[in-house]
Write a protein that binds this ligand. Structure first.
Ligand code: CIR
Length: 274
């Protein structure tokens, strides 16, 4: 009896440290507001069509539900045109929710609408000024936390996040951003020790223990692929990346993200998962 209990314990301990654990049961999303074209962007791809953006968002939510996530759909916040990119306002771990302090001034007020939602579900702490940090810069793989040092996330923000998470056994790595808005615009974990990334990150020392799947510069947007419950959600229109990922044999879901891409947003940005 004792031996059995002991072996179960060992297995659970090992599981909680493996990067393979990506079983999520919940997601939080926010409906895009009709003001979404007033959000921040560097994309120069034209103005998003609101009806189409809503349709794409709906498909995204349906896909999460298909993967058996319980999805909390928050109402639009038209006064904050980027608020549907909920990933940026919090960093979730099983132990703690860290409310961020978004790097863009125009997005700071979004946190006031997320704090009550997360406080009901998590122990919460908050990034304090003068630190700034966007959730899009935070890539958590098991107990490793890779954080992009970007225009939206400063060193002080990374230091604070590191202090919050250290006591739960997380190790933080700081990754200067080479391109794009956020770290997760460039690099994402897709299971089986694989990172999907653009060429510029291949030699980053902090990523040395991973195998790399490198996307072409023309398909860099496809780096923002979401690995969730052992499925891959990919943006449509990136055939080379799709072909490379097909070899992994995971169920794939291809979503049209054109209107989100126009606003520098991707698949990971549209939800908070736990
Ligand atoms: C912004 O510039 O803040 C939004 N237009 C896009 C945010 C995308 N978020 C993300 O990649 N995590």
């Amino acid at each position: 009896m004792r031996i059995e209990i002991c072996s179960v314990y060992v297995e659970i301990t090992t599981m909680s440290f493996t990067p393979e654990m990506n079983d999520f049961s919940h997601a939080i999303v926010r409906l895009p507001g009709e003001t979404l074209s007033g959000g921040l962007t560097t994309a120069a791809m034209g103005s998003p069509d609101y009806a189409l953006a809503l349709k794409q968002h709906r498909e995204y939510v349906l896909t999460l539900k298909k993967l058996e996530l319980n999805v909390l759909e928050l109402p639009a916040l038209p006064e904050f045109p980027d608020a549907h990119f909920v990933e940026d306002v919090a960093v979730l771990t099983p132990e703690l929710a860290v409310i961020t302090r978004p790097g863009a001034q125009s997005r700071r007020g979004e946190i006031d609408f997320m704090i009550p939602v997360l406080s009901d579900r998590f122990d919460t702490v908050a990034i304090e000024p003068p630190s700034i940090l966007d959730g899009g810069d935070v890539l958590i793989i098991g107990k490793d936390v890779f954080v992009g040092l970007s225009e939206r996330t400063n060193g002080a923000g990374i230091d604070q996040l590191e202090r919050f998470l250290r006591e739960f056994g997380y190790t933080t790595f700081r990754i200067p951003l080479e391109r794009g808005l956020h770290l997760k615009s460039n690099v994402n974990y897709i299971g089986e020790n694989l990172l999907l990334m653009v060429e510029e990150y291949v030699d980053v020392q902090a990523f040395h223990k991973f195998e790399k799947v490198v996307v072409t510069p023309e398909e860099s947007y496809a780096c923002n692929t979401l690995w969730i419950n052992d499925n891959l959600i990919l943006p449509g229109g990136f055939p080379e990346t799709r072909e490379m990922l097909e070899d992994m044999g995971l169920p794939m879901h291809i979503l049209d993200m054109s209107e989100m891409q126009k606003m520098d947003g991707g698949l990971t940005c549209l939800s908070l998962r736990y």
